[in-house]
Design a protein around this ligand. Sequence first.
Ligand SMILES: Cc1cc2nc3c(=O)[nH]c(=O)nc-3n(C[C@H](O)[C@H](O)[C@H](O)COP(=O)(O)OP(=O)(O)OC[C@H]3O[C@@H](n4cnc5c(N)ncnc54)[C@H](O)[C@@H]3O)c2cc1C
Length: 510
Amino acid sequence: MFGSRIIARRLAVVPRRWAHSHNPSTRPPLSSVTREDVEHFSKILPSSAVLSTLASETASQAELEPYNTDWIGRYHGKSTTVLKPQTTKQVSEIMRYCYERGIGVVPQGGNTGLVGGSVPLKDELVVNLGNMSKVRSFDPVSGALVADAGCVLEVLSEYIAPHGHIMPLDLGAKGSCMIGGNVATNAGGLRLLRYGSLHGSVLGLEVVLPDGTILDGLSTLRKDNTGYDLKQLFIGAEGTLGIITGVSILTPPAPRATNNVLLALPSFDNVLPLFKKARQQLSEILSAFEFVDRTAYNLAVKHGQGKAMSEEEAEGAECFILLETSGGDGKHDEEKLTALLEDLMGADEPLITTGVISQSPAQFASLWRLREGVTEAVSKEGKAYKYDISIPLASFKEVVDTTREHLRKLGLLREDAVKHVLGYGHVGDSNLHLNICAASYSPEIETALEPFVYELTASYNGSISAEHGLGAMKAHAIHYSKGGVAVDLMKKLKNVIDPKGIMNPGKVLE
Ligand SMILES: Cc1cc2nc3c(=O)[nH]c(=O)nc-3n(C[C@H](O)[C@H](O)[C@H](O)COP(=O)(O)OP(=O)(O)OC[C@H]3O[C@@H](n4cnc5c(N)ncnc54)[C@H](O)[C@@H]3O)c2cc1C
């Protein structure tokens, strides 16, 4: 049944791909970094900030490996040189030189990106922002935080916590990812339902453009209607338009009370009614509504990412929802949550089989660990093909099941090929993380999955990238989610800002 529906909708997708006008680049090829270039970089940066296999004694290929390999181990670059500047001026000098020489540059933050955007495709220069890690200012009244791009998200959270503020975004990679990388990928994460996207909370950016010019837009104003809002271009550009060196971001006051509860659902069909009910009854205090299917739950438990329920309690559950409330009055919030749970359990046809409510900060963290730990659990179990898609909420299960069935029919659903097909994600934002966990990366599995998953997504008028970006993985597939006019305009903008095509080549736009 699903098959015929997909084929029928596929036809509607094809013309959009044809509509794209191919505009082959006439740019000269990019230059490789030479020994002379490294000598030049050593005049800009202290020796400890230049890692290169070209200059004797500065680094071995093995030492460059972590900068050349992405988080899921699927993409491997061949960069000979990594620079770790400490100031915006240094970044500017590096870029001016690279622009003149036509050297490709890959900006890198915590290297936790999941679409192969943060590592070179060939031997581009890596500019790692990890040494730019100072908080520049924080205003506890407005909540405006201005920080270097290399500040780790969790470190920023800890910095503002004593002032009663939180970061407007939170994700499983918070201990490693950096605020510049978050902005460059327009990271969504676990708080988007409550605080919206970075397109709303970023107040200003400092960006070094490909030719070394510094675009100083570190405003802390909430309102500034003076023409084009240039910062928006760099939010989600994945390092293809410039290097973000500073971020001004609005941090909300920390909620005074937070609660979370893990609910076991007998059927996926109950997710939508449950979401509707939770929104109605909890209204303004509902801050997260996260979905974990049975396979994802089992993997999280297997790989020690927290165990929320006993096996008996979890038995019979087809999926799980992690629901969080946050508000200003603990008693009021608890009453609302308790009333919801009583209603759920007392109903003639209960939407849930059971639930575990956290009783302490440790339990609160443990429930979150189960949800946040799915990504890590999948990578411990095998090699992950990760599809991060936006589709109507009602189709989450259908998409996971259709993909599994497709792989089964191809004979690939077996221990030495595809081990698991699973889904989890941010229900509140209609964002499904469809993961295919394989024994190893193989061309056979890749061919089975692509363009299948993209066509499936497009058949629901969905987006092939809800929050992880396009990177190297999906640059070729942009047409499934964007029309030809939009892609052409993106290419024109790229050409204006980066006429030599040195910024993160091969990412976002082919
Ligand atoms: C366990 C785990 C959980 C995750 N959960 C989520 C989630 O819930 N939601 C979500 O949206 N994402 C999630 N991600 C992926 C997410 O994109 C990254 O974790 C994060 O936003 C990237 O930050 P980073 O500093 O690691 O950037 P990197 O991985 O280093 O880079 C990512 C991209 O941004 C570019 N870039 C990095 N820094 C800069 C800069 N200063 N200027 C210009 N370009 C730059 C790179 O070139 C690359 O294209 C998760 C990843 C992991 C590993």
